[in-house]
Ligand binder design. Structure first.
Ligand code: ADP
Ligand code: MG
Length: 142
């Protein structure tokens, strides 16, 4: 199968959340979504939209003092942010195994992106600033 790239532009956070929500509809337990892009590009916003669609009711914010969180929705959702710890997964992706399990849907905010050693990657999302509130969002599915 060839991979599919789908590019869209959004003009505010609601649009980015909506794209996250749409992707979430296609996910099942064990799937991992890698979300890359600069600080402030909208990675957490995207994950928040996905989490809402998965039935997560509470706040979805970037984990700050830990590398990840687990939310309860219709499924369990793991949310990892490697902003402060880019070297962690580079050294040993198995350290993420505490969060990414076959029962959960996982989202990994990965500023550098392009990590190919994670298992179960169902989609890679790349978000880029286009100036102001505009963002380009590319969703690549294998
Ligand atoms: P990251 O997790 O990549 O650091 P966040 O999602 O935490 O980014 O922050 C993105 C910021 O940009 C938020 O303050 C959000 O309201 C703002 N924003 C403005 N326009 C957009 C857009 N089109 N998509 C996503 N976020 C946007
Ligand atoms: Mg973030």
């Amino acid at each position: 199968m060839t991979s599919r790239n789908h590019r869209e532009e959004t003009t505010g956070p609601a649009g980015t959340e909506a794209i996250g929500a749409r992707l979430a509809d296609d996910l099942r337990p064990g799937d991992v979504v890698v979300v890359s892009g600069e600080l402030g590009s909208g990675k957490t916003t995207f994950v928040r939209g996905a989490c809402r669609a998965l039935g997560v009711p509470g706040p979805v914010t970037s984990p700050t003092f830990e590398i990840g969180r687990v939310y309860s929705g219709r499924v369990e959702v793991a949310h990892i942010d490697l902003y402060r710890l880019p070297s962690l997964a580079g050294e040993d992706p198995a350290l993420l195994d505490d969060y990414l399990t076959p029962e959960r849907i996982g989202f990994v905010e990965w500023p550098g992106g392009a990590e190919d050693r994670l298992e179960g990657v169902a989609a890679r999302v790349r978000i880029d600033h286009l100036g102001g509130d505009r963002r380009a969002i590319v969703v690549e599915t294998p």
